[in-house]
Design a protein around this ligand. Structure first.
Ligand code: BGC
Length: 449
Protein backbone atom coordinates (compact mmCIF):
# COMPACT_ATOMS: atom_id res chain seq x y z
CA UNK A 1 0.00 0.00 0.00
CA UNK A 2 2.80 2.42 0.74
CA UNK A 3 4.81 1.66 -2.36
CA UNK A 4 5.53 4.68 -4.47
CA UNK A 5 2.86 3.74 -6.90
CA UNK A 6 1.57 6.37 -9.26
CA UNK A 7 -1.27 8.52 -8.05
CA UNK A 8 -4.52 6.55 -7.85
CA UNK A 9 -6.17 6.50 -11.26
CA UNK A 10 -8.77 9.03 -12.45
CA UNK A 11 -12.06 8.59 -10.71
CA UNK A 12 -14.74 9.41 -13.26
CA UNK A 13 -15.47 6.03 -14.78
CA UNK A 14 -15.45 4.21 -11.48
CA UNK A 15 -17.62 6.84 -9.89
CA UNK A 16 -20.21 6.69 -12.59
CA UNK A 17 -20.13 2.92 -12.76
CA UNK A 18 -20.56 2.53 -9.05
CA UNK A 19 -22.82 5.33 -8.19
CA UNK A 20 -23.89 7.31 -11.22
CA UNK A 21 -27.42 6.01 -11.34
CA UNK A 22 -27.88 6.76 -7.66
CA UNK A 23 -26.64 10.29 -7.86
CA UNK A 24 -29.75 12.14 -8.88
CA UNK A 25 -31.70 10.95 -5.88
CA UNK A 26 -28.93 11.62 -3.42
CA UNK A 27 -28.40 15.17 -4.68
CA UNK A 28 -31.75 16.20 -3.40
CA UNK A 29 -31.37 18.61 -0.49
CA UNK A 30 -32.20 17.12 2.90
CA UNK A 31 -35.87 17.76 3.10
CA UNK A 32 -36.84 15.17 5.65
CA UNK A 33 -38.54 13.23 2.82
CA UNK A 34 -37.01 10.13 1.27
CA UNK A 35 -33.66 9.09 2.73
CA UNK A 36 -31.02 9.97 0.10
CA UNK A 37 -29.31 7.01 -1.54
CA UNK A 38 -25.56 6.77 -1.08
CA UNK A 39 -23.25 8.36 -3.63
CA UNK A 40 -20.23 6.16 -4.08
CA UNK A 41 -16.71 7.49 -4.36
CA UNK A 42 -14.04 6.11 -6.69
CA UNK A 43 -12.02 3.12 -5.65
CA UNK A 44 -8.67 4.32 -4.23
CA UNK A 45 -10.20 7.57 -3.00
CA UNK A 46 -8.20 8.88 -0.06
CA UNK A 47 -10.11 9.58 3.15
CA UNK A 48 -7.89 11.09 5.76
CA UNK A 49 -7.15 13.45 8.59
CA UNK A 50 -4.31 15.95 8.79
CA UNK A 51 -1.92 17.28 11.39
CA UNK A 52 1.15 19.52 11.28
CA UNK A 53 4.27 18.86 13.32
CA UNK A 54 4.42 22.06 15.31
CA UNK A 55 0.71 22.00 16.09
CA UNK A 56 0.66 18.53 17.63
CA UNK A 57 4.13 17.20 18.47
CA UNK A 58 5.14 19.52 21.32
CA UNK A 59 8.47 21.05 22.28
CA UNK A 60 9.58 22.11 18.84
CA UNK A 61 12.20 24.23 20.53
CA UNK A 62 14.49 24.98 17.58
CA UNK A 63 11.72 26.54 15.51
CA UNK A 64 10.96 30.18 14.72
CA UNK A 65 7.51 29.80 16.22
CA UNK A 66 8.83 28.56 19.57
CA UNK A 67 10.92 31.69 19.80
CA UNK A 68 8.01 33.99 18.93
CA UNK A 69 5.62 32.23 21.28
CA UNK A 70 7.95 32.61 24.23
CA UNK A 71 9.26 36.15 23.97
CA UNK A 72 7.44 38.85 25.87
CA UNK A 73 5.37 40.55 24.75
CA UNK A 74 4.22 37.99 22.21
CA UNK A 75 1.81 37.85 19.29
CA UNK A 76 0.55 34.47 20.48
CA UNK A 77 -2.30 33.83 22.92
CA UNK A 78 -0.22 31.10 24.57
CA UNK A 79 2.83 28.96 23.76
CA UNK A 80 2.54 25.55 22.07
CA UNK A 81 4.40 23.80 24.90
CA UNK A 82 3.79 20.06 24.89
CA UNK A 83 1.01 20.42 22.31
CA UNK A 84 -0.70 17.00 21.99
CA UNK A 85 2.52 15.13 22.73
CA UNK A 86 2.07 13.50 19.37
CA UNK A 87 5.87 13.25 19.14
CA UNK A 88 5.60 10.40 21.63
CA UNK A 89 2.08 9.24 20.93
CA UNK A 90 2.18 9.10 17.11
CA UNK A 91 1.84 5.34 17.01
CA UNK A 92 -1.42 5.27 18.96
CA UNK A 93 -2.72 8.26 16.99
CA UNK A 94 -2.13 6.48 13.69
CA UNK A 95 -3.71 3.30 15.05
CA UNK A 96 -6.73 5.37 16.12
CA UNK A 97 -7.01 6.98 12.68
CA UNK A 98 -6.91 3.56 11.04
CA UNK A 99 -9.49 2.16 13.49
CA UNK A 100 -11.84 4.99 12.60
CA UNK A 101 -11.76 3.72 9.02
CA UNK A 102 -9.60 6.45 7.49
CA UNK A 103 -6.96 5.37 5.01
CA UNK A 104 -4.67 8.43 4.89
CA UNK A 105 -2.63 10.36 7.42
CA UNK A 106 -1.31 13.77 6.42
CA UNK A 107 1.49 15.02 8.64
CA UNK A 108 4.55 17.22 8.37
CA UNK A 109 8.22 16.62 8.99
CA UNK A 110 9.50 19.39 11.25
CA UNK A 111 12.42 21.05 9.51
CA UNK A 112 13.61 22.58 12.79
CA UNK A 113 14.07 19.12 14.28
CA UNK A 114 15.72 17.57 11.24
CA UNK A 115 18.09 20.50 10.64
CA UNK A 116 18.38 22.29 13.98
CA UNK A 117 21.48 24.20 12.84
CA UNK A 118 22.36 25.33 9.33
CA UNK A 119 23.66 22.24 7.52
CA UNK A 120 23.52 19.98 10.59
CA UNK A 121 21.11 17.13 9.94
CA UNK A 122 19.91 14.97 12.80
CA UNK A 123 19.99 11.24 12.12
CA UNK A 124 17.94 10.60 15.25
CA UNK A 125 15.14 12.92 14.13
CA UNK A 126 15.07 11.39 10.66
CA UNK A 127 14.77 8.03 12.41
CA UNK A 128 11.81 9.41 14.35
CA UNK A 129 9.94 10.26 11.15
CA UNK A 130 10.91 6.89 9.70
CA UNK A 131 9.14 5.33 12.68
CA UNK A 132 6.07 7.49 11.95
CA UNK A 133 6.04 6.26 8.35
CA UNK A 134 6.52 2.69 9.52
CA UNK A 135 3.51 3.08 11.81
CA UNK A 136 1.46 4.19 8.79
CA UNK A 137 2.59 1.10 6.89
CA UNK A 138 1.84 -1.16 9.86
CA UNK A 139 -1.70 0.15 10.04
CA UNK A 140 -2.31 0.09 6.31
CA UNK A 141 -2.56 3.87 6.10
CA UNK A 142 -1.30 6.01 3.20
CA UNK A 143 1.05 8.80 4.21
CA UNK A 144 0.87 12.28 2.75
CA UNK A 145 3.96 14.06 3.99
CA UNK A 146 4.28 17.84 4.07
CA UNK A 147 7.94 18.83 3.98
CA UNK A 148 7.22 22.23 5.49
CA UNK A 149 4.11 23.32 7.35
CA UNK A 150 4.73 27.01 8.22
CA UNK A 151 7.42 26.63 10.88
CA UNK A 152 11.09 26.92 9.94
CA UNK A 153 14.29 26.49 11.94
CA UNK A 154 15.12 29.50 14.05
CA UNK A 155 18.47 29.93 12.24
CA UNK A 156 16.60 30.05 8.92
CA UNK A 157 14.34 32.88 10.17
CA UNK A 158 17.46 34.61 11.48
CA UNK A 159 19.07 34.69 8.06
CA UNK A 160 16.01 36.31 6.53
CA UNK A 161 13.73 33.31 6.06
CA UNK A 162 12.11 32.95 2.65
CA UNK A 163 13.27 36.47 1.78
CA UNK A 164 16.93 35.41 1.68
CA UNK A 165 18.13 34.89 -1.91
CA UNK A 166 19.50 31.44 -1.02
CA UNK A 167 16.34 30.25 0.73
CA UNK A 168 15.14 28.09 -2.21
CA UNK A 169 18.49 26.32 -2.37
CA UNK A 170 18.58 25.78 1.38
CA UNK A 171 15.06 24.37 1.31
CA UNK A 172 15.99 22.17 -1.66
CA UNK A 173 18.93 20.78 0.32
CA UNK A 174 16.63 19.90 3.22
CA UNK A 175 14.09 18.29 0.86
CA UNK A 176 16.81 16.20 -0.68
CA UNK A 177 17.97 14.90 2.72
CA UNK A 178 14.46 14.00 3.79
CA UNK A 179 13.57 12.41 0.47
CA UNK A 180 16.75 10.36 0.46
CA UNK A 181 16.24 9.17 4.04
CA UNK A 182 12.48 8.60 4.05
CA UNK A 183 10.97 8.98 0.61
CA UNK A 184 10.75 5.28 -0.18
CA UNK A 185 8.24 4.90 2.65
CA UNK A 186 5.96 7.78 1.62
CA UNK A 187 2.78 7.44 -0.42
CA UNK A 188 2.67 11.10 -1.44
CA UNK A 189 4.52 14.31 -0.65
CA UNK A 190 3.86 18.02 -0.67
CA UNK A 191 6.62 20.58 -0.43
CA UNK A 192 4.94 23.51 1.30
CA UNK A 193 1.73 24.16 3.18
CA UNK A 194 -0.20 27.24 2.05
CA UNK A 195 2.76 29.17 0.62
CA UNK A 196 0.21 31.66 -0.79
CA UNK A 197 -1.14 32.61 2.63
CA UNK A 198 0.34 36.12 2.70
CA UNK A 199 -1.36 36.90 -0.61
CA UNK A 200 -4.63 35.31 0.44
CA UNK A 201 -4.82 37.22 3.71
CA UNK A 202 -3.18 40.50 2.83
CA UNK A 203 -3.14 40.71 -0.98
CA UNK A 204 -6.16 42.98 -1.24
CA UNK A 205 -7.31 45.54 1.31
CA UNK A 206 -9.63 44.34 4.01
CA UNK A 207 -10.13 42.95 7.40
CA UNK A 208 -7.26 40.60 7.93
CA UNK A 209 -4.58 43.23 7.61
CA UNK A 210 -5.60 44.64 10.96
CA UNK A 211 -4.27 41.56 12.77
CA UNK A 212 -0.61 42.43 12.16
CA UNK A 213 1.36 45.53 11.42
CA UNK A 214 1.05 47.62 14.58
CA UNK A 215 4.18 49.23 16.07
CA UNK A 216 4.09 46.59 18.82
CA UNK A 217 4.11 43.78 16.23
CA UNK A 218 7.18 45.32 14.62
CA UNK A 219 8.84 45.64 18.00
CA UNK A 220 8.23 41.94 18.71
CA UNK A 221 9.73 40.89 15.39
CA UNK A 222 12.71 43.20 15.97
CA UNK A 223 13.28 41.60 19.36
CA UNK A 224 13.05 38.12 17.81
CA UNK A 225 15.75 39.22 15.38
CA UNK A 226 17.99 40.21 18.29
CA UNK A 227 17.45 36.81 19.83
CA UNK A 228 18.49 34.95 16.70
CA UNK A 229 21.81 36.76 17.06
CA UNK A 230 21.66 38.24 13.56
CA UNK A 231 19.27 41.13 14.09
CA UNK A 232 17.05 39.64 11.40
CA UNK A 233 13.84 37.65 11.56
CA UNK A 234 11.52 36.73 8.75
CA UNK A 235 9.21 33.76 8.42
CA UNK A 236 5.64 32.68 7.68
CA UNK A 237 3.54 35.89 7.72
CA UNK A 238 6.16 37.95 9.52
CA UNK A 239 8.12 39.87 6.92
CA UNK A 240 7.75 41.42 3.52
CA UNK A 241 4.77 39.61 1.98
CA UNK A 242 5.88 40.03 -1.62
CA UNK A 243 9.40 38.80 -0.99
CA UNK A 244 8.19 35.91 1.14
CA UNK A 245 5.79 34.82 -1.58
CA UNK A 246 8.41 35.02 -4.34
CA UNK A 247 10.85 33.06 -2.20
CA UNK A 248 8.27 30.36 -1.55
CA UNK A 249 7.47 29.91 -5.23
CA UNK A 250 11.15 29.32 -5.99
CA UNK A 251 11.55 27.17 -2.88
CA UNK A 252 8.70 24.94 -3.98
CA UNK A 253 10.35 24.47 -7.38
CA UNK A 254 13.69 23.58 -5.84
CA UNK A 255 12.06 21.27 -3.31
CA UNK A 256 9.99 19.57 -5.98
CA UNK A 257 13.04 19.06 -8.20
CA UNK A 258 15.08 17.71 -5.28
CA UNK A 259 12.40 15.21 -4.29
CA UNK A 260 11.76 14.07 -7.84
CA UNK A 261 15.48 13.72 -8.58
CA UNK A 262 15.62 11.05 -5.88
CA UNK A 263 12.15 9.56 -6.20
CA UNK A 264 10.84 10.23 -9.69
CA UNK A 265 7.73 8.15 -9.00
CA UNK A 266 6.75 9.71 -5.68
CA UNK A 267 3.61 11.78 -6.34
CA UNK A 268 4.63 15.25 -5.21
CA UNK A 269 2.64 18.44 -5.09
CA UNK A 270 1.90 21.53 -3.03
CA UNK A 271 -1.10 22.58 -0.91
CA UNK A 272 -2.54 26.07 -1.26
CA UNK A 273 -4.93 28.10 0.88
CA UNK A 274 -8.16 29.10 -0.82
CA UNK A 275 -11.48 30.69 -0.06
CA UNK A 276 -14.61 30.78 -2.17
CA UNK A 277 -14.25 34.37 -3.35
CA UNK A 278 -17.61 35.94 -4.01
CA UNK A 279 -17.90 39.40 -5.53
CA UNK A 280 -20.89 41.11 -3.92
CA UNK A 281 -21.69 43.13 -7.07
CA UNK A 282 -20.49 43.46 -10.66
CA UNK A 283 -18.39 46.41 -9.52
CA UNK A 284 -16.52 44.08 -7.15
CA UNK A 285 -15.42 41.64 -9.83
CA UNK A 286 -12.12 43.43 -10.59
CA UNK A 287 -11.20 43.28 -6.89
CA UNK A 288 -12.07 39.57 -6.72
CA UNK A 289 -9.98 38.96 -9.82
CA UNK A 290 -7.11 40.92 -8.30
CA UNK A 291 -7.15 38.58 -5.34
CA UNK A 292 -7.24 35.53 -7.57
CA UNK A 293 -4.36 36.83 -9.66
CA UNK A 294 -2.22 37.40 -6.57
CA UNK A 295 -3.12 34.39 -4.46
CA UNK A 296 -3.91 31.51 -6.79
CA UNK A 297 -2.83 32.08 -10.37
CA UNK A 298 0.91 31.89 -9.69
CA UNK A 299 0.31 28.52 -8.03
CA UNK A 300 -1.85 27.23 -10.84
CA UNK A 301 0.98 27.81 -13.22
CA UNK A 302 3.47 26.27 -10.76
CA UNK A 303 1.17 23.25 -10.43
CA UNK A 304 1.03 22.82 -14.19
CA UNK A 305 4.82 22.82 -14.49
CA UNK A 306 6.17 21.62 -11.12
CA UNK A 307 3.67 19.28 -9.46
CA UNK A 308 1.97 15.95 -9.93
CA UNK A 309 -1.14 17.21 -8.16
CA UNK A 310 -2.47 20.27 -6.35
CA UNK A 311 -3.72 20.21 -2.75
CA UNK A 312 -6.57 22.62 -2.09
CA UNK A 313 -7.44 23.81 1.40
CA UNK A 314 -10.68 25.64 1.99
CA UNK A 315 -12.64 26.59 5.08
CA UNK A 316 -15.05 29.36 4.16
CA UNK A 317 -16.02 32.04 1.67
CA UNK A 318 -14.84 35.64 1.32
CA UNK A 319 -17.20 38.42 0.43
CA UNK A 320 -15.42 40.91 -1.74
CA UNK A 321 -16.60 44.45 -2.40
CA UNK A 322 -15.23 46.98 -4.88
CA UNK A 323 -12.72 48.23 -2.29
CA UNK A 324 -11.67 44.92 -0.73
CA UNK A 325 -12.71 42.17 1.64
CA UNK A 326 -15.93 42.54 3.59
CA UNK A 327 -17.09 40.89 6.82
CA UNK A 328 -19.68 38.10 6.66
CA UNK A 329 -23.21 39.31 6.13
CA UNK A 330 -24.92 40.08 9.45
CA UNK A 331 -26.81 37.12 10.84
CA UNK A 332 -24.78 34.44 9.04
CA UNK A 333 -23.56 31.58 11.26
CA UNK A 334 -19.92 31.95 12.26
CA UNK A 335 -17.26 29.45 13.30
CA UNK A 336 -15.09 29.90 16.38
CA UNK A 337 -12.49 31.52 14.08
CA UNK A 338 -14.90 34.38 13.44
CA UNK A 339 -15.44 33.57 9.78
CA UNK A 340 -18.57 32.19 8.22
CA UNK A 341 -19.72 28.60 8.66
CA UNK A 342 -19.92 27.80 4.96
CA UNK A 343 -19.04 24.23 3.97
CA UNK A 344 -20.14 24.86 0.38
CA UNK A 345 -16.88 26.79 -0.09
CA UNK A 346 -15.07 23.53 -0.78
CA UNK A 347 -17.13 22.64 -3.82
CA UNK A 348 -16.74 26.13 -5.29
CA UNK A 349 -12.98 26.06 -4.75
CA UNK A 350 -12.61 22.65 -6.40
CA UNK A 351 -14.61 23.76 -9.42
CA UNK A 352 -12.64 26.99 -9.77
CA UNK A 353 -9.33 25.15 -9.44
CA UNK A 354 -10.38 22.50 -11.94
CA UNK A 355 -10.92 25.23 -14.54
CA UNK A 356 -7.29 26.32 -14.16
CA UNK A 357 -5.10 23.29 -13.76
CA UNK A 358 -4.37 20.13 -15.66
CA UNK A 359 -3.52 18.09 -12.59
CA UNK A 360 -5.49 15.93 -10.15
CA UNK A 361 -6.86 17.72 -7.10
CA UNK A 362 -6.69 16.52 -3.51
CA UNK A 363 -8.51 18.25 -0.67
CA UNK A 364 -5.62 18.37 1.76
CA UNK A 365 -7.47 20.44 4.40
CA UNK A 366 -11.06 21.33 5.17
CA UNK A 367 -12.65 21.68 8.57
CA UNK A 368 -14.31 23.86 11.14
CA UNK A 369 -13.48 25.34 14.53
CA UNK A 370 -16.32 24.56 16.89
CA UNK A 371 -16.90 23.16 20.35
CA UNK A 372 -20.30 21.88 19.19
CA UNK A 373 -19.34 18.67 17.43
CA UNK A 374 -22.76 18.27 15.80
CA UNK A 375 -21.83 21.33 13.71
CA UNK A 376 -18.68 19.53 12.57
CA UNK A 377 -20.78 16.55 11.47
CA UNK A 378 -23.00 18.95 9.55
CA UNK A 379 -19.98 20.68 8.06
CA UNK A 380 -18.44 17.41 6.87
CA UNK A 381 -21.72 16.19 5.45
CA UNK A 382 -22.17 19.32 3.35
CA UNK A 383 -18.53 19.65 2.32
CA UNK A 384 -18.17 15.99 1.31
CA UNK A 385 -21.50 16.24 -0.51
CA UNK A 386 -19.90 18.99 -2.58
CA UNK A 387 -16.95 16.75 -3.39
CA UNK A 388 -19.39 14.08 -4.54
CA UNK A 389 -21.07 16.55 -6.91
CA UNK A 390 -17.68 17.48 -8.38
CA UNK A 391 -16.87 13.81 -8.93
CA UNK A 392 -20.20 13.25 -10.58
CA UNK A 393 -19.22 15.83 -13.18
CA UNK A 394 -15.93 14.12 -13.84
CA UNK A 395 -13.69 16.50 -11.89
CA UNK A 396 -10.58 14.63 -10.91
CA UNK A 397 -10.65 14.87 -7.09
CA UNK A 398 -8.76 12.05 -5.45
CA UNK A 399 -8.97 12.59 -1.74
CA UNK A 400 -10.64 14.34 1.17
CA UNK A 401 -8.34 14.97 4.11
CA UNK A 402 -9.99 16.64 7.06
CA UNK A 403 -8.36 19.27 9.25
CA UNK A 404 -7.70 18.13 11.84
CA UNK A 405 -7.16 14.76 13.49
CA UNK A 406 -6.65 16.37 16.91
CA UNK A 407 -7.65 19.52 18.75
CA UNK A 408 -4.32 21.23 18.42
CA UNK A 409 -2.27 24.42 18.62
CA UNK A 410 -4.03 26.92 16.40
CA UNK A 411 -1.10 29.32 15.93
CA UNK A 412 -1.74 32.87 17.16
CA UNK A 413 -5.02 31.72 18.76
CA UNK A 414 -3.38 29.06 20.92
CA UNK A 415 -5.55 26.13 21.99
CA UNK A 416 -8.90 27.96 22.00
CA UNK A 417 -10.25 26.94 18.56
CA UNK A 418 -11.15 23.27 18.33
CA UNK A 419 -10.71 21.83 14.83
CA UNK A 420 -10.19 18.23 15.93
CA UNK A 421 -12.11 15.07 15.18
CA UNK A 422 -10.57 13.94 18.44
CA UNK A 423 -10.13 16.01 21.59
CA UNK A 424 -6.99 15.94 23.71
CA UNK A 425 -6.64 16.36 27.46
CA UNK A 426 -3.81 18.85 27.66
CA UNK A 427 -2.46 17.45 30.92
CA UNK A 428 -2.81 13.69 30.51
CA UNK A 429 -2.78 13.77 26.67
CA UNK A 430 -5.67 11.35 26.71
CA UNK A 431 -7.60 11.29 23.40
CA UNK A 432 -11.37 11.30 23.16
CA UNK A 433 -13.03 10.37 19.86
CA UNK A 434 -15.83 12.75 18.89
CA UNK A 435 -18.95 11.71 16.94
CA UNK A 436 -17.63 13.64 13.90
CA UNK A 437 -14.63 11.29 13.76
CA UNK A 438 -16.92 8.29 13.74
CA UNK A 439 -19.09 9.95 11.10
CA UNK A 440 -16.15 10.65 8.78
CA UNK A 441 -14.88 7.11 9.38
CA UNK A 442 -18.27 5.74 8.40
CA UNK A 443 -18.18 7.64 5.11
CA UNK A 444 -14.65 6.38 4.52
CA UNK A 445 -15.53 2.78 5.23
CA UNK A 446 -18.60 2.96 2.96
CA UNK A 447 -16.60 5.00 0.42
CA UNK A 448 -19.85 6.83 -0.10
CA UNK A 449 -22.03 9.59 1.25
C1 BGC B 1 -3.40 25.61 8.23
C2 BGC B 1 -3.45 24.92 9.55
C3 BGC B 1 -4.45 25.62 10.45
C4 BGC B 1 -5.80 25.54 9.80
C5 BGC B 1 -6.95 26.10 10.61
C6 BGC B 1 -4.73 26.05 7.68
O1 BGC B 1 -4.61 27.29 7.13
O2 BGC B 1 -2.69 24.83 7.29
O3 BGC B 1 -2.16 24.90 10.10
O4 BGC B 1 -4.46 25.12 11.74
O5 BGC B 1 -5.77 26.23 8.58
O6 BGC B 1 -6.85 27.47 10.79
Amino acid sequence: MTENSNIPSPPRRQFLALGGSLVAASLLPDSGQAAPLPRRFPQNFLWGAATAGHQVEGNNVSSDSWLLENIRPTLFEEPSGDACNHYQLFSQDIAMLADLGLNTFRFSVEWARVEPEDGLFSIAELDHYRAVLDACQRHGVHSMVTFNHFTVPRWFAGRGGWEHPDAPLVFGRYCEKVARALGDRMTMATTLNEPNLTQLLFGIPGLNGSRLGTPLDHEIIRKAGQMTGTGQFSSWIFGDFEHIHKGLIEAHKKGFEAIKSILPKLPTGVSIAMTDDQAVSPAAIPMRDRKRKLAYEPWFSVANSHADFLGVQAYSRSRIGPAGMLPPEPGMPLTDMGYEFYPEALEAVIRYTHDHIKRPIYVTENGVATTDDSRRVEYIRRAVGGVARCLQEGIDVRGYIHWSLLDNFEWLDGYRPHFGLVSVNRTTFERHIKPSATYLGTLAKANAI
